[in-house]
Write a protein that binds this ligand. Structure first.
Ligand SMILES: C[S@@+](CC[C@H](N)C(=O)[O-])C[C@H]1O[C@@H](n2cnc3c(N)ncnc32)[C@H](O)[C@@H]1O
Length: 248
């Protein structure tokens, strides 16, 4: 793929899953550089239609919140609110712990935890994690005020009930289930889950929103309600960026 914004391969080791960011079995990390490129493309699309940041960012398949947390660190100045939901309550709890790292209290607690581990086990990995957490603290401190966070359990194929808490959303960036680590958790809902998801989302978020969906190459990610603005592939993944069909 051709990077337009994240043109340099930076060192993303501070964001490695399990280092400062929490992980657990069944969670799926996401390439930080790719996430950054997607965010920048969505931001450019919003800016070109006159919607300026800071933005509300939403991931309806948030898993452990890895992607959102990394974006919160990398693009915190452009984001004022992060909304995370998942059908699995355990994932929502993990996402909340990860997203809390974006705020002063959360990263301070994480440093205290890592310091205890380092004192007890004297492992090089804990020393590295501490160095990363200190660098991430500087990122948190460089932002003014706390990031607003909202995490909840929801079926992304039925977001209607959540519409009230999604009415500030500007950008959706989401890595939908594709069966390698995670599967769709609503098998009863018919065959094209991606289309059902896009329809459900359409009725829950504002019409100016930009929606980026990451999927495997097999799934058809389309809906007559949206206009495809951008498409590219990255290894086994494809990324499709949409805006609402009704918006010019
Ligand atoms: C690919 S993972 C997302 C990984 C996430 N982007 C991250 O960075 O950690 C997909 C997630 O979709 C969730 N999921 C599956 N079916 C769902 C549904 N119908 N509604 C909401 N979440 C669902 C799973 O619980 C899983 O956490």
């Amino acid at each position: 793929m051709h990077y337009i914004y994240a043109t340099q391969q930076l060192n993303y080791e501070d964001y490695a899953s399990g280092r400062v960011l929490y992980n657990m079995p069944g969670t799926a990390p996401f390439p930080a550089r790719l996430g950054s490129e997607i965010f920048e493309r969505c931001k450019a699309a919003l800016a070109s239609s006159g919607v300026n940041g800071p933005y509300t960012l939403y991931d309806p398949f948030c898993g452990g919140g890895y992607l959102l947390t990394v974006l919160g660190f990398l693009h915190g100045r452009d984001i004022k609110r992060i909304v995370a939901s998942d059908i699995d309550n355990q994932m929502v709890c993990l996402a909340m712990r990860n997203l809390n790292l974006l705020n002063a209290q959360g990263i301070k607690q994480r440093i205290e935890q890592i310091e205890k581990l380092l004192k007890e086990y004297k492992k090089e990995s804990h020393k590295n994690a501490l160095d990363s957490a200190i660098r991430l603290t500087r990122t948190v401190e460089s932002r003014k005020g706390d990031m607003e966070l909202d995490c909840f359990c929801a079926n992304a194929l039925n977001l209607g009930e959540q519409a009230g808490r999604l009415d500030t959303v500007d950008v959706v960036i989401t890595d939908i289930p594709y069966g390698r680590i995670t599967n769709w958790s609503d098998e009863s809902s018919g065959s094209n889950h991606a289309e059902l998801f896009l329809e459900s989302l359409y009725h829950a978020i504002p019409s100016h929103s930009i929606v980026a969906v990451v999927s495997d190459k097999k799934q058809k990610v389309k809906s007559g309600l949206y206009k495809r603005m951008d498409y590219f592939s990255h290894g086994k993944r494809k990324v499709t960026i949409f805006k609402f069909q009704t918006v010019n």
